[in-house]
Design a protein around this ligand. Structure first.
Ligand code: SF4
Length: 197
């Protein structure tokens, strides 16, 4: 059977800048391709194309870094065979975090951590599987509609509100929202504040 080929936008070692694991070193495996088409997408370079890499090539690249935590992101990782990729990474001893828009109901049971960041639409099943539901907030956010995500909060799942592009007005809004709903958390994009990738 031919080995799966992954479309990879980039692999790089950095610091997680968002959400629950902010400040934690991780290798980022950014898969290419996403059909969601968000106007303010900050990874437009990863929406199509990508370098084709097989399992071994991906694992060799990851092995260049002294960190076993791999954040599989995109693009949108569920637009490729994400369960198979997670199995490959877990078999090689990696701790696997997933960042997805949650539009596609996908088996993420083997991953160690799942962050769902809903955009234009999201699968309810994926919200139930999330460790973190991360909502990007800006002036166009429907603040009544946003409250529906609070229904998914439980011992496993936390809602994070993230100001779009770290804009001051969005930060002010998120601070207000978190203070109104104190089980939610603020996620400011640390990597952009300190100007790292
Ligand atoms: S879902 Fe994420 S990667 Fe896809 S277009 Fe929207 S912001 Fe970009």
């Amino acid at each position: 059977m031919p080995q799966p080929l992954w479309k990879v936008s980039e692999i790089f070692y950095s610091i997680q800048g968002e959400g629950k694991h902010t400040g934690m070193p991780a290798v980022f495996l950014r898969l290419a391709g996403c059909s969601m088409g968000c106007a303010w997408c900050d990874t437009k370079y990863a929406l199509a194309g990508g370098k084709e890499m097989n399992n071994l090539e991906v694992l060799v690249e990851l092995s260049k870094y002294p960190c076993k935590t791999v954040v599989v992101t995109g693009g949108e990782p569920t637009e490729q065979d994400l369960p198979a990729l997670v199995s490959v990474l877990k078999s090689a001893g990696h701790i696997v975090h997933i960042e997805t828009n949650g539009a596609n109901d996908c088996d993420v049971s083997k991953a160690d951590f799942v962050c769902v960041s809903p955009k234009k639409y999201v699968s309810e099943n994926m919200l139930k599987k999330a460790d973190v539901i991360k909502i990007v907030v800006n002036e166009k956010t429907d603040l009544e509609d946003l409250k529906k995500y609070y229904n998914y909060e439980n011992e496993k799942t936390t809602v994070y509100l993230q100001p779009e592009s770290n804009k001051e007005e969005n930060i002010t809004l998120c601070v207000k929202l978190v203070k109104e709903h104190p089980s939610a958390r603020l996620s400011v994009q640390l990597h952009k504040l300190i100007n790292i990738k």
